[in-house]
Unconditional design. Structure first.
Lengths: 406, 406
């Protein structure tokens, strides 16, 4: 990527029609000092947006979820008189996009566990991975970082907190860092009590105070599981142990994260809440390229505030620290249970406050294994989803019974 | 200094009985992971405190202002049965301390222009200079930085703002920094209006909200000339032009300074308001050593606030930018006029709001010269002091006349 000014770097995007994917394309379009070429795109089933992206960027390969989506996409491109790229599908399609020979950098921005295998393949091939899919590292941090070490691949975080930590750590020595501090907006329930949180509707939980993101991550931000996942992600990215990673609630989301050095000095990275900054950083590192977005205006912020997270109202944080401490396949199981529970909440099958209950049930039942290979993790993921679905069904059944009695 | 863990580094302190000097000795005493040895001390006339320092650190050479002070010191050491070091006096004494052959690092912490020559000599000898005396760089930044370049000496800032900038800039490329942002507490008159400032007493002006410092710098903080001097200091330390250096008022003094990168990212250094952090950083760089001071607790701060400085109430800022832009001997003249005006204010000869008036008068009268050598600067300093004294006398005379008429 350092040769970006002399030749155009190839970029592949996993999850191109999502929030990070769209912003990545905007960054690539806006970069005037560094030429990047989109060589492959992978999306789910939003073929209309994908068709627009194909028309604008002319990738060689695109991947969609299913054969049906592929059919729709072909028809749409034909109708709009756009040259057909090679169209592939499913997990094999995602892997083909992630391992495209002309892709120097892969932006891994699918939601949830689906990005796991293609991201691993990209790392094994030594490609730079700009990682927005934190579940990938939560599930299989050991395999991912080992693959990167073996091939010499760079793993650069797009999550604003980890991107901030990457920036803070640039000039510092690992052994001179006392701890890293992830900031958290606190989500829409920061100032609500437990009773209010129990009755929270999906639309309330979707009201993120500072960041505009996808549904799954927004619910994770409401339960603060997002921060828990980020603790595990930070461990794998930067090599800090659970006792060296702290969380501070910072409602304004101006300080994206901080590090505290052994001499007491704190280095913080700040910026506006626009994912394009982190995406651009991950694409152009170690260079920084000029950016047309309005700069941070600290005088326009009414103040920057910091509080300790409330572990009682947000039990997901403790669950994530527990998963990190116990290690093995437990983080993968926790992640899978969380995905199922969040999905059940979005479908109004369970309450917001039942998400951590489901996760804890699954974690308690989980038979923890050392991570040997992908199969171990996929099996843990699968078993945890089954356990989560059972726990969700049991809760939903109980709820229905209670409703009937009333 | 990188060998600090294998041999004990020699330290000389200019201004050992002042605020920075005393804190420097406390840092040296507290460093358990790096051995430092005090080889020479220079103080003014506080021989009692100096005697304590000699008893504790056994320097080989000490310097005091005058023969009278030297006599007092000898008597005191004799009475306390402390072995006499070599005792020297005046500017020659300061230079002897600064150039002590066993001093690897010189902490330059005298107040005002007196530190100029000894600091230059230390730089010429290739010694690391930990610089707390910002007037030195304001007067003769060109000569100082050139001396450092020629000899390979390191110039490390002890001023908390510049120390913060040094930390922020560690992992970054100069050409990728869009601007540097010095924070200012805003001083005791941040929320006062112009009329209140005109009537400000010396004791009111001495009430610094966040830092506990010497008299001259505290008054400079009340007029914000301190920040103006720091703008010029930052220019020489880091090579940024006047349009790339900004000031933000930040009443809590938690963020010690910041840099904004071309991609919009802001890197900030934060810490508690204790000069020992910056002193230790300058002594141990590029290493960071563990520090026993309580760490920064952001949850204990009610909030971090930022405002644009009011150039109307604090005209010293614009005067400093003007001096930096026009260059030559004008910054030295401005600095000299400021020292005289501050001294006149402390002696209740002029009002606080007359300090910038005196400085502006002197700057307007100054015949600007390119900086060729020390003599040019010393001459500019001398002429500016004469002009300032005349302006102060004229003001005091006018004031007396007005008082008589009433």
């Amino acid at each position: 990527m350092t040769e970006s000014s002399t030749h155009s770097a190839g970029v592949a995007i996993l999850g191109s029609t999502g929030s990070i994917g769209c912003n990545s394309l905007r960054v690539i379009e806006s970069l005037t000092t560094s030429r990047m070429r989109v060589v492959a795109l992978a999306a789910g089933s939003n073929v209309e947006r994908l068709a627009d992206q194909i028309a604008a960027h002319l990738p060689e390969v695109v991947s969609v979820d299913t054969e049906a989506a592929a059919h729709d996409l072909r028809a749409m491109l034909f109708a709009r008189d756009i040259d057909l790229p090679r169209i592939v599908t499913g997990e094999a399609g995602l892997v083909e996009v992630a391992t495209h020979p002309d892709a120097d950098c892969v932006i891994s921005a699918t939601v949830g566990a689906v990005g796991f295998l293609p991201t691993l393949k990209a790392l094994e091939m030594g490609k730079r991975v700009a990682l927005a899919n934190k579940e990938t590292l939560v599930m299989a941090g050991e395999l991912m970082t080992q693959a990167a070490r073996n091939s010499g691949a760079e793993l650069l975080p797009v999550d604003s907190e980890h991107n901030a930590l990457h920036q803070c750590l640039r000039g510092e020595r690992r052994e001179e860092v006392r701890r890293i501090i992830l900031t958290a907006s606190g989500g829409p329930f920061r100032t609500r009590n437990k009773a209010e949180m129990e009755l929270a509707s999906v639309s309330e939980a979707m009201q993120h105070p500072t960041w505009n993101m996808g549904a799954k991550i927004t619910i994770d931000s409401a339960t603060l599981m997002n921060k828990g996942l980020e603790v595990i992600e930070a461990h794998w990215l930067f090599g800090f142990g659970p006792d060296e990673i702290d969380i501070l609630v910072h409602p304004e989301s101006v300080v994206h994260s901080m590090i505290e050095m052994v001499d007491g000095s704190v280095i913080a990275q700040m910026g506006v809440t626009d994912m394009r900054h982190a995406i651009q950083y991950a694409l152009t590192f170690p260079e920084r390229h000029s950016c047309q977005l309005p700069p941070l205006d600290l005088t326009a912020v009414s103040g920057l505030h910091f509080e300790t997270p409330d572990l009682d109202r947000f039990p997901c944080i403790a669950l994530a620290y527990r998963a990190l401490r116990e290690g093995g396949t437990l983080p993968a199981a926790m992640n899978a249970a969380n995905e199922e529970a969040v999905s059940a909440f979005i479908n109004e099958r369970i309450r917001l406050t039942e998400i951590p209950q489901i996760i804890e049930t699954v974690m308690d039942q989980h038979s923890n294994q050392p991570v040997k290979d992908i199969q171990t993790i996929l099996e843990a993921d699968h078993q945890a989803r089954l356990a989560a679905c059972a726990a969700i069904a049991a809760l939903a059944h109980k709820e229905a019974q209670t409703a009937q009695k009333i």
